[in-house]
Design a protein around this ligand. Structure first.
Ligand code: NAI
Ligand code: 13P
Length: 308
């Protein structure tokens, strides 16, 4: 039997970590990055699985390039990007589904700081798809004694968990940078999760998905780790650096900055209450200082503790 071939698009921190996991499991892995030695055709040709770990800003263009190449009907697409497209507010899943409507698309998302995974520390993730068989195939590729992979049937919910938590991770970085304490951080994460649920359910995801690994799990990982680029953005803003300075020095992609802008725009249009996102938005637009953003959140109208 021919061996299963995995094409990984995007040789950044996350694409490389996922390539390591699949290689260690004995799969044949081909890695593509723009400017790399291999052409896109060489990498995707005859691939059983094509996984994208491209930053949000490159997803649509790369998907269009792949569309122009000969791809087998059976090929499974996997998306590991966490972001929202500014022009359409689409998620990466929606873009891949739009470009490849007859293929199975799987979302891979969870509390997966790539540096820890490259250090071989144990972690768990979720692979979600409308096709249970496709999700199981991807589960097999990445599962190992150090990487536990669960399947899930709510791909949009799994993806939105990983995407929306980046906004809250920026706020958590601000909270730590201002040294607001453990009570404040717990309140922020808990109310942040409610905000994620409110948005996600409005956009068609299942509520319970946000209490799983890709929602609460990833929220906890990124809000509590200096390894998170989004957390670093908030932390350094609280320490007085400008967003331009921070983004110029950060290693890799902090998707939460762009996600905040797109989320704010769509929440406004749809009249969804997103108070934490609104303060992160005003902060990155330099409309408020970190202290003012905190003040604005604390003096909001009194209300019951709603969970959605
Ligand atoms: N690093 C991590 O711990 C994790 C990252 N992610 C997500 O994975 C995605 C990638 O993150 P990283 O690998 O950390 O970022 P990175 O900045 O290290 O790598 C991004 C990759 O995308 C490529 N890329 C960017 N724009 C492109 C374009 N216009 N055309 C073609 N390729 C383009 C870059 O060349 C690079 O290979 C992000 O959406 C991130 O949120 C998800 C889970 C964990
Ligand atoms: O999504 C991540 C871990 O699951 C990585 O977080 P950052 O993109 O904030 O580094």
């Amino acid at each position: 039997m021919r061996e299963t071939t995995i094409a990984i698009l995007g040789a950044g921190a996350w694409g490389s970590a996922l390539a390591t996991l699949a290689s260690e499991n004995g799969y044949s892995v081909r890695l593509w990055s723009r400017g790399g030695a291999k052409t896109l055709l060489e990498v995707v040709e005859d691939a059983d699985i094509i996984l994208s770990a491209i930053s949000m800003k490159g997803v649509r263009a790369v998907a269009a390039q792949v569309q122009s190449l000969p791809i087998s009907k059976e090929t499974i697409f996997v998306t590991a990007t966490k972001g929202l497209e500014p022009e359409t507010t689409s998620t990466p899943l929606q873009i891949w589904q739009e470009v490849f409507p007859t293929h199975a698309v799987v979302v891979l998302c969870g509390p997966n700081l790539s540096k820890e995974i490259q250090m071989s520390l144990p972690a768990a993730t979720v692979v979600a798809s409308e096709s249970a068989a496709a999700a199981q195939s991807v589960q097999l590729v990445f599962s190992s004694h150090r990487f536990r992979v669960y399947t899930n049937s709510d791909p949009l919910g799994v993806e939105l968990g990983g995407t929306l938590k980046n906004v809250i991770a920026i706020a958590a970085g601000v909270c730590d940078g201002l040294q607001l304490g453990t009570n404040a951080k717990a309140a922020l994460i808990t109310r942040g999760l409610t905000e994620m649920v409110r948005v996600g359910v409005h956009w068609g995801a299942k509520m319970e998905t946000f209490y799983g690994l890709s929602g609460l799990g990833d929220l906890l990982a990124t809000c509590n780790s200096p390894l998170s680029r989004n957390y670093q953005v908030g932390y350094q803003l609280a320490c007085g650096k400008t967003l331009t300075e921070i983004l110029a020095h950060i290693e890799g992609t902090a998707e939460g900055v762009n996600t905040t802008v797109v989320l704010m725009q769509r929440a406004k249009q749809q009249n969804i209450s997103v108070p934490i996102t609104e303060q992160v938005y005003r902060l990155i637009q330099s409309e408020v200082t970190p202290r003012q953003a905190l003040e604005e959140l604390m003096v909001r109208d009194m209300k019951p503790e709603h969970f959605i």
